[in-house]
Ligand binder design. Structure first.
Ligand SMILES: [Zn+2]
Ligand SMILES: [Zn+2]
Length: 293
């Protein structure tokens, strides 16, 4: 079993520090709960190098937005970054943990940046990552999964659910086709607030197809159980579609704190088995290998 989606820090303003002790504690917690290997996958946007490359991306006129959404995204970016962490330090600490024999691989959670994924891929190529998660957290400049930000939360009432699912799916397809990442994180994140179309099949088909043609794996995550939707990512019907198209999977918690590492491991395994899976995909140097479920 894997926990291949882990953050060291909660969102919001705080010192973004990374130490060997912190990483070792995550490994210990995972081991104590029957998880053999973890991936540290901090958000790319919390590093100073990403800020230098991407700050102001929300001002790009080609990206769908409103003044309120742009202002909210700018505020979110500032708050979540603070002084930022040095990406080189993060990489060094995780490599040191690996060198000590700890069961951890070096990853990142990479957000979708419309028109900027080539720049992002160039930045990431400079580091020896084992696995890169690809995530759609925003549609245009709308952070649809962020209920703590007023303009983002209110935007849900300005849009038709079907339009939101359509726009999310299009971004996910573009992210997959960019080839910048290895695993689709929380593939149906768009359901987070519990706003579901009556028949999601068309979008589920396209999400599964995007994963299959890109060669990416899909993540099965317990995080959705903690959200208003109250269901794992992805929905059972989407996970079955992944399996039917031969898309491999990872398992994950998306924990932002130590106590959540490996949370609901058995429930996640059950969801995978029910969809017909009997193995997981782990990564070293962005090269996949099969491991036991
Ligand atoms: Zn995420
Ligand atoms: Zn995450």
């Amino acid at each position: 079993m894997l926990d291949y989606h882990l953050h060291l820090w909660q969102h919001g303003p705080r010192p973004l520090e990374v130490t060997l002790e912190h990483v070792a504690a995550y490994c210990e917690q995972a081991k104590a709960h029957g998880v053999e290997e973890i991936a540290l996958t901090e958000h790319l946007h919390r590093f100073r190098q990403a800020d230098a490359l991407l700050n102001g991306w929300w001002e790009d006129e080609r990206i769908e937005s409103t003044p309120a959404l742009r202002a909210q995204m700018a505020a979110f970016w500032r708050e979540d970054l603070g002084n930022g962490c040095d990406l080189d330090t993060y990489v060094e600490v995780v490599l040191a943990a690996k060198a000590e024999g700890l069961p951890v691989v070096l990853g990142l959670e990479v957000d979708w940046y419309e028109h900027r994924m080539d720049d992002v891929a160039t930045l990431l190529r400079g580091y020896p990552f084992d696995v890169l998660l690809g995530s759609v957290h925003w549609i245009g400049t709308w952070g649809f999964d962020n209920s703590g930000a007023d303009a983002f939360a209110e935007e849900w009432s300005n849009r038709r659910i079907e339009d939101v699912w359509e726009a999310y799916t299009r971004s996910l397809e573009e992210l997959a086709d960019s080839g910048a990442c290895d695993v689709l994180a929380h593939p149906d994140l768009v359901k987070i607030m519990g706003h579901l179309p009556r028949v999601p099949d068309e979008w589920h088909d396209r999400m599964a197809e995007a994963a299959a043609r890109s060669g990416m794996a899909a993540e099965v995550s317990s995080a959705g159980w903690r959200k208003p939707v109250g269901e794992q990512y992805p929905a059972a019907s989407l996970l079955q579609r992944f399996n039917a198209r031969g898309v491999p999977i990872t398992t994950a918690t998306d924990a932002h704190t130590l106590d959540r590492v490996a949370e609901r491991r058995d429930d996640v395994r059950q969801v995978c088995v029910a969809a017909g899976y009997d193995s997981l995909q782990a990564y070293s140097a962005r090269t996949p290998r099969r491991v036991e479920l």
